[in-house]
Design a protein around this ligand. Structure first.
Ligand code: PLP
Length: 393
C-alpha cells in the first residue's frame, strides 16, 4: 500500500477500536483512581465507586441486576467460569453431561474438551447450512443428567443469531442450566437476559469499543456456581483477584455508549454491511454469502469466493490497506479451515475460500466503496494465478 491510501478496518469481530470516551475513562481511572477497590479508605472507595458504576452500566445493557454481574478478564474467562463453575457446582447432584453447539468459540469448545478429559460426557449440537443450532436437535440430545447447555447468542464468524430462548426452555425442562456466550451480540443488538431466559451470559468489552482484558459473566441470582479462581472475596467471592479498575471503568463507559447508540448504530452499520455485501456479490462473480442472511448481527457478512484461497485474498487485501479475517482471530495466520463452516456441512474448498467482513462504530461509506472497488481486481488476479498453476499441472 502507498502512504496516501486509506486504511480500512473491517475486522470488528476480532476486536474494535476504543471509543474516545472509553480512552478518557481508562486514562482517568489509571491516573486518578489507582486505589484497590477492596480497601476501606478514600482511595479504595473511589475505585469501588468506579466499579459500582460500571456494574450498573453492564447490568442495564443486558437488563440484569448489578448484583448479578461478575467482572472477569473477558469472554474467554467468562465462558470458562460459566461452564466449569456450574459443572463443578452440579457435579455432586450426579449430573455429568455437557451440551454445546458445534459452532461455539474455542473458549467453549476447548473447555468442554478439558472437562471431557476429566470424565464429563459432552455432546455437540450439529447445525445445518443456515448455521443455526435447532431446538429440535437439542431435545434429542439432552438427557436428565445434563448439567449445562451452552449455545452462543451470535456466531463470531457468520453472525447468525441462535434461538436461545427456545433452547433455554428445553435446558430448564431437563433441570440443566443455560449459558450463552453473547460476546458477539452484546453492544451490537439488544440483549435481554430475562427475555433470553438464560442463567449465565458472557460478554467482553473489546468487542464493543471497550478495552481488552475486561468482561463480565452475568449470573442469574440464586444460580449455583463454584469459583474457578480461588483467593480473596472479590466479586462476592465468585472471582478472586484485585479488579482491573481502569479497564472495567472503560467497560462501563463502552456499555453506556453502546446502549445509547444501539438503535441508530444497528441501522447505520446494518445498511453499510448490506451495501458492502450487495456490492461484492454484484462486482465479483462466483461469490456466495455463508449462513442465514435474515437472522444475523447487523455488522457481519461471511462471503465465499470460488476458486480463491481465502488466506491469499486476505494478504492481498492487507497489501491494499484493507483488514478482514478468514474467521476467528485465533485461526487467522494459519490455514486451519473454519470449524464453523465445516460444521455447517460445507465442502473443504468452501471452508477455505471464505472471508469475514465485520464492521462497526467507525466504519464509513467510503470504506465500503473502497473494498467494492478493490476486490474484483484482486480476486480476478488470484483466480488467474490458480488457472495458470492448474494449466502447468
Ligand atoms: C464468540 C466469542 N466468544 C469468546 C471470545 C473470547 O473473548 P475474549 O477475547 O474477550 O477472551 C470471542 C473472541 O473472539 C468470541 O468471538
Amino acid at each position: 500500500m502507498n502512504g496516501s491510501q486509506m486504511r480500512v478496518y473491517f475486522d470488528y469481530n476480532a476486536t474494535t477500536p476504543l471509543a474516545p470516551e472509553v480512552i478518557e475513562a481508562v486514562v482517568r481511572a489509571t491516573r486518578d483512581q489507582f486505589g484497590n477497590a477492596s480497601s476501606v479508605h478514600h482511595f479504595g472507595q473511589q475505585a469501588k465507586a468506579l466499579l459500582d458504576d460500571a456494574r450498573s452500566a453492564v447490568a442495564t445493557l443486558v437488563n440484569g441486576d448489578p448484583s448479578e454481574v461478575v467482572f472477569t478478564s473477558g469472554g474467554t474467562e467468562s465462558d470458562n467460569m460459566a461452564i466449569r463453575g456450574a459443572a463443578e457446582a452440579l457435579e455432586p447432584t450426579g449430573r455429568r453431561h455437557l451440551v454445546a453447539s458445534a459452532i461455539e468459540h474455542e473458549a467453549v469448545l476447548n473447555t468442554l474438551k478439558a472437562l471431557a478429559r476429566r470424565g464429563w460426557r459432552t455432546t455437540l449440537i450439529p447445525v445445518d447450512q443456515t448455521g443455526v443450532a435447532s431446538p429440535a436437535r437439542l431435545r434429542e440430545l439432552i438427557t436428565d443428567d445434563t448439567a449445562v447447555v451452552s449455545v452462543m447468542h451470535a456466531n463470531n464468524e457468520i453472525g447468525t443469531i441462535q434461538p436461545i430462548a427456545e433452547l433455554a426452555t428445553i435446558a430448564h425442562d431437563h433441570g440443566a442450566l443455560m449459558h450463552t456466550d453473547a460476546v458477539q451480540s452484546v453492544g451490537k443488538i439488544p440483549v435481554d437476559v430475562r427475555a433470553l431466559g438464560v442463567d449465565l451470559l458472557s460478554l467482553s468489552a473489546h468487542k464493543f469499543n471497550g478495552p481488552k482484558g475486561a468482561g463480565a459473566l452475568w449470573v442469574k441470582r440464586g444460580t449455583r456456581m463454584q469459583p474457578i479462581l480461588t483467593g480473596g472475596k472479590h466479586e462476592r467471592s465468585r472471582r478472586a483477584g484485585t479488579e482491573n479498575v481502569p479497564a472495567l471503568a472503560g467497560l462501563g463507559v463502552a456499555a453506556r455508549l453502546a446502549a445509547g447508540k444501539m438503535t441508530a448504530e444497528t441501522a447505520r452499520v446494518g445498511a453499510l454491511r448490506d451495501r458492502l455485501e450487495a456490492g461484492i456479490l454484484k462486482a465479483v462473480p462466483a461469490t456466495m454469502v455463508n449462513g442465514m442472511r435474515q437472522l444475523r448481527v447487523p455488522n457481519t457478512t461471511n462471503i465465499s469466493f470460488e476458486r480463491v484461497e481465502a488466506e491469499s485474498l486476505l494478504i492481498a487485501l492487507d497489501l491494499e490497506g484493507i483488514a478482514v479475517s478468514t474467521g476467528s482471530a485465533c485461526s487467522s495466520g494459519t490455514l486451519e479451515p473454519s470449524h464453523v463452516l465445516r460444521a455447517m456441512g460445507f465442502p473443504a474448498h468452501r471452508t477455505q475460500n471464505s472471508l469475514r467482513f465485520s464492521l462497526g462504530l467507525f466504519s464509513t461509506d467510503e470504506e465500503v466503496e473502497r473494498v467494492i472497488e478493490v476486490l474484483p481486481r484482486l480476486v480476478e488476479k488470484l483466480r488467474g494465478l490458480t488457472k495458470k498453476a492448474v494449466a502447468r499441472g
